[in-house]
Design a protein around this ligand. Sequence first.
Ligand code: SAM
Length: 285
Amino acid sequence: MTKNNTLDVIKKHNLRLTKSLGQNFLNDDNVVRKIVDAADLDKDTLVLEIGPGIGSMTRELAGRAAGVVAIEIDKHLIPALNDNLSEFSNIDIINNDVMKANIDDIISEYKNKYNSKSVRVVANLPYYITTPIIMRFLEEVKGIDGMVFMVQKEVAQRMVSGPGTKDYGALSVAVQFYCKPAIIFDVPPHCFIPQPEVHSTIIRLDILKEPSVRVDDKDLYFKLVRASFGQRRKTLVNGLANAGFLRKDKEQLRQIIESMGLKDNIRGEVLSVQQFGELSNLLGR
Ligand code: SAM
């Protein structure tokens, strides 16, 4: 068990926290432990931590995993991070932007170094780039077994929502295409220094071995999903007829939608992840 004292570390290193980088640091050991519990680690697992801050979670991760490689964008935090984590020999800090780093190379290098069999990503994410980071990891990065993220409560809700609900959207479909998402618990603002304006939620994304839907053309699938949610007040037929990337007129679209047993005035946001797959396969023929 590790002990954090966020305020002492901030004072000792005279840190000025940067709001634009989402620097709200956890100051609750119980919450840290529960997040790390959710990551389900063992001594064969490498953890990739995004945005370690001053290392509040990193310490607990290092105690339970083979090794931790942590990517932190802010160079001003690196001395504090090294000092706060000096008692650990299985932590490597990389000073880079996670959106620019070559994650595949980092994973293969540190998997080798720690002789680990699985890889998990753990991050208390800066809210302004949550969605791009998650999408990058789902679409581009190979060899990750699971991810545990702290995100804004509303974003977590969008990831787990199903068809026809107000929170269901392109993010829900993308996450459920690649993963089995589960909300673990909520974290109130008073657990951070400084306190954020929003409530946070821990979400676990278990990455599926194969996507949950068989699609012939993944690009077409996601174009279709974006077009369907981009014009929420339109029927699916009208939305897709306007979308421009399909060479189908309204009558052809109507026939395809009806061949799936759906009404021709259906709206896109009520289609399930599987129905989007069926539709994109029919449209691609
Ligand atoms: N994990 C720490 C904790 O729980 O106390 C800090 C979390 S804080 C919400 C987010 C951290 O991500 C900050 O340390 C920030 O500097 C870092 N960060 C922001 N954007 C980043 C990026 N693009 N790449 C890597 N780290 C980033």
